[in-house]
Ligand binder design. Structure first.
Ligand code: GLN
Length: 447
């Protein structure tokens, strides 16, 4: 049914970079055989899902949305891919994304932009826009994305789906192509909170192959999922309801807060005073880490190599000049600058210190409240093409999502309404480290 649905709608939505029909059917048949034999079956055995093209898949081309990795076929699976395979989920293929996960609209994909199933002239968000669109268009039951500054939550908000960015270290990054290693975190996206929780349950495992993987037990997010919000204290940060927010998003969020109160939660006015520095801090740190991580694409070890280069230096410059798109080059230049001698102290080191202040803001607020509620994105899905020539306005899409990554906290986006024109709006929940179960429970009560 998923393959039929893809054939039917994906020519318009364009969520998939490539469909692995043979691999998916083989896994589905194996799952059927297990069912007929009376098991054993995992909770999601036989349930088809998709993968953002940032996850390494053995024998299946993986490009990370970039020309520089065109034709690259990984020799091994990312840990999360292995976990899904072991649980018997057919993997339908690789989903479109902004190149190296840099972007908020899917338009920096080197291949083509994905369209928002709710309005095909608009963006599904990014960078996990292909994952969000495939879920929203019912091509897959769920998908995996990654979130460095909002790339799971923002596309979830723009497509009326649920997206969970787990606590940093909760889900293994082994075999996930690195953008900014201290911020990157894989997570699940699905149509309902229950589906998201079930998928999260399968991938939240300690992994010795990732040195930053946290040695904590897999949480039980399903048992208390229906327990509601009665008695919980929810912080409403002043700084997240500031100017720049679309009036319809603001109105819908206010109504959602009232709804949470009716369900028995107590709202608490809180302040995260360093929020105004988060955007600058994030773009400095993320670009610095990216400039270092992307140094490996030199035309020697992976993917594409420039054809007519004479000498090693020319091979590097031509390969990288041809292989990377404009946004990736912008980040590499910004990051290289921030890390260079003479500027390091003023930019990179300073940003690291501000990052600590941002984290401390959250630690203080979480002494008073159980979770934080805010909008996910300041605006609903915008028109494809509307922001491509204005990187700064694109970066502003992440104001509410990226402080969570800087602090390493879990964050979730759950649908909370529509604009008059029928565009989805998302509500964001932020929690204490490793408190994903509570975020899912709040979202479920609200859903
Ligand atoms: N839009 C942000 C960026 O471009 C976030 C990306 C992400 O979370 N991968 O960096």
């Amino acid at each position: 049914a998923s393959l039929q649905r893809i054939a039917q709608v994906d020519p318009k939505v364009r969520a998939f970079l490539r469909v692995d029909e043979a691999g998916a059917l083989k896994a589905a048949e194996a799952s059927d055989a297990r069912r007929k034999a009376g098991g054993p079956l995992s909770a999601l055995d036989g349930v088809p899902v998709g993968l953002k093209d940032i996850f390494l898949t053995e024998g299946v081309e993986t490009t990370c949305g970039s020309r520089i990795l065109e034709g690259f076929v990984p020799p091994y699976d990312a840990t999360v891919v292995r976990l899904l395979k072991e649980a018997g989920l057919p993997l339908l293929g690789k989903l479109n994304m902004d190149e190296f996960a840099m972007g908020s609209s899917n338009e920096s994909s080197a291949y083509f932009p994905t369209h928002n199933p709710w309005d095909l002239t608009r963006t599904p968000g990014g960078s996990s826009g292909g994952s969000a669109a495939a879920v929203a268009a019912r091509e897959v039951f769920g998908a995996l994305g990654t979130d460095t500054g909002g790339s799971i939550r923002q596309p979830a908000a723009l497509t009326n789906t649920v997206g969970l960015k787990p606590t940093y270290g909760r889900v293994s990054r082994y075999g996930v192509i690195a953008f900014a290693s201290s911020l990157d975190q894989p997570g699940p996206m699905a149509r309902t909170v229950g589906d998201t929780a079930a998928l999260f349950q399968l991938i939240a495992r300690h992994d010795p192959l990732d040195s930053t993987s946290a040695d904590v037990e897999t949480p039980d997010c399903l048992t208390g999922l229906e327990d509601g919000v009665r008695g919980l204290k929810l912080g409403v940060p002043r700084e997240y309801f500031a100017e720049g927010m679309d009036p319809e998003v603001a109105g819908t969020l206010r109504a959602s807060l009232e709804e949470l109160e009716k369900l028995g939660a107590t709202l608490v006015d809180v302040s995260l005073p360093h929020t105004k520095y988060a955007l600058a801090t994030y773009y400095l740190l993320a670009s610095s880490e990216a400039s270092s991580n992307l140094a490996r694409y030199d035309g020697i070890r992976y993917g594409q190599r420039a054809k007519d280069a004479r000498g090693l230096k020319e091979l590097y410059t031509q390969t990288r000049g041809q292989g990377f798109g404009a946004e990736v080059k912008r980040r590499i230049m910004l990051g290289t600058y921030a890390l260079s001698a003479g500027y390091y102290d003023a930019y990179y080191l300073r940003a690291q210190k501000v990052r600590t202040l941002i984290r401390e803001d959250f630690t203080k607020v979480f002494q008073q409240v159980d979770a934080i509620v805010s909008p996910t994105s300041p605006v609903p899905a915008f028109k494809l093409g509307a922001k491509v020539d204005d990187p700064l306005s694109m970066y502003l899409m992440d104001v509410y999502t990226l402080p969570c990554n800087l602090a390493g906290l879990p964050g979730l986006s759950v649908p909370c309404g529509f604009t008059q024109a029928g565009l989805p709006i998302g509500m964001q929940l932020l929690g204490r480290p490793f408190d994903e179960a509570r975020l899912l429970r709040i979202a479920r009560a609200f859903e």
